[in-house]
Design a protein around this ligand. Structure first.
Ligand SMILES: *Cc1c(COP(=O)(O)O)cnc(C)c1O
Length: 214
């Protein structure tokens, strides 16, 4: 199936409040443009260099989502144009985003990434770190806290995935007063987005089910 057909099929299955991020990492501009021509505007990338070069080459009304691990020294390259950073996983990173955002007088929208998977390799805050960070929220004048992002363990065990997504949904609700209007819970990828939506996710990040395998 073509990108256009895949997007169409997928969008028909997603309930109304769920925002679809088309994860275009490693994929050429031609495929992104094909999705763009259908009216799709939200795209996700996980590497700063690829994100900035695609931003420069592609239409300026694309909403670019940074979904991958972000190093502090690269924050300055994406702050001017990024629509939402999903992967904020430390206070030091937040400090740097605040600093760069202040320089250009922009408010940058972020999600805090929470570690929910069993794998040690996945990045993210634990619930205590999240709570500590949110206590400092007022000092981040140039950051809009929109909600949480998480990645489940890569497993066939759907009940394990469900329990991880339910735990992040509970954390999201616990801190509901911290999120700016229209709070976001970004959970779910090609293999587990249906479970994520079932568990209350309202933003899904889908790559291979749209663009094919990488
Ligand atoms: C690559 C990636 C996705 C999309 O993965 P697919 O399995 O291709 O849908 C989602 N979220 C993050 C953080 C990613 O790096």
């Amino acid at each position: 199936m073509s990108v256009t057909q895949q997007l169409h099929t997928l969008k028909n299955t997603l309930p109304e409040p769920v925002t679809l991020i088309a994860v275009s990492k490693t994929k050429p501009n031609a495929l992104i443009l094909e999705a763009y021509e259908t009216g799709h505007r939200d795209f996700g990338e996980n590497k700063v260099q690829e994100l900035t070069s695609k931003f420069e080459q592609l239409p300026k009304d694309i909403k670019w989502h940074m979904i991958g691990h972000l190093q502090r020294n690269k924050v300055k390259y994406i702050v001017p144009f990024v629509y939402l950073i999903h992967s904020v996983d430390s206070k030091r990173l937040l400090d740097e985003i605040q600093k760069q955002a202040q320089k250009i007088n922009k408010r940058v929208a972020v999600l805090l990434q929470v570690h929910i998977a069993k794998e040690t390799s996945k990045f993210g805050l634990d619930p205590e770190e999240l709570e500590d960070l949110l206590k400092l929220k007022e000092k981040y004048t140039h950051i809009a806290f929109k909600g949480l992002m998480g990645m489940a363990t890569f497993t066939e065990n759907n009940s394990a995935i469900r329990s991880e997504f339910s735990s992040i949904k509970a954390l999201h609700d616990k801190h509901l007063v911290s999120w700016e209007k229209d709070p976001i819970l970004s959970i779910g990828m090609s293999s587990d987005y249906q479970i994520a939506i079932d568990c209350g996710g309202n933003m899904v990040r889908i790559g291979s089910a749209i663009f094919g395998h990488r």
